[in-house]
Design a protein around this ligand. Sequence first.
Ligand code: GLU
Length: 303
Amino acid sequence: MQSADTFTHYRGRFAPSPTGPLHAGSLVAALASWLDARAHRGQWLVRIEDVDTPRTVPGADRLILSQLAACGLHADAPPVWQSARTGLYRAALDRLVARALAYPCGCSRKDIENATHADTPRARHVELRYPGTCQHGLKGKAPRAWRLRTEGAAMAWQDRAAGPQAQDVESVVGDFVLLRADGCFAYQLAVVVDDADQGISHIVRGADLLDNTARQIRLQQCLQLPRPQYLHTPLVLGAHGEKLSKQNGAQAIDTTQALQALNLAAAALGLPAQSGPVDQALIAWTAAWASAWARPGAHLSAT
Ligand code: GLU
């Protein structure tokens, strides 16, 4: 297993799912990842994560790209779309299958709910813990999905913001889905394959993805891919303390007021308000971010 030290460059990314326009919460992740890349004099890429085709909203990708541009968050390379990269995910799954690290599963969601006495969770990328029903064969059931074996996957890692982290993937999540019953590759597999293929050294994203990280590090190990460094930013909550998401109708940012939208995102990151042109504001925030974050052991000043 290679470690983050194996990277000789800094390359970051923002990886929105095109399920709607950028909102206040997703702009925080976009701004934080852009600032971290700039503060490290690194590169910043945008990847449209449209692998979950049933949730993809036509046109949302172009809208997100135009919102980023209006906010002055320019990428160093043209964006890529996951829907054009399924061959890479297929090859990764084949490697896992060849090493007996992945197996077919014939369980429906109802089967898993019945076996675990739990309802399907609604939070982003959270799945029901899989009880392992098909671990030792399909027992006559038709294959529906493919899962990763997680036996012995007690993961520990260091988050640049949240500090030391640990998760026993087997007991918390169980063998998780790589290829879904509807034929879509799962986010966990696609994100790991793409981050490695694009040479991403640093991942900066919202804290709601913190508990996905152990699964992703496990997959990196199984696929013998290097581990990037992680920084999970604080979540932006709505007026009633609810998590902002496209699913709960969070408002699209108003790009006619780009500085105002950026100031809100900057405030969530503990950065001082700026006035004046967006480009100047971004330069000032890059300097502030560099002194807070772009040095070893730096910790988040804001929560
Ligand atoms: N596309 C993912 C999402 O919006 C985020 C991916 C990531 O930053 O790792 O949930």
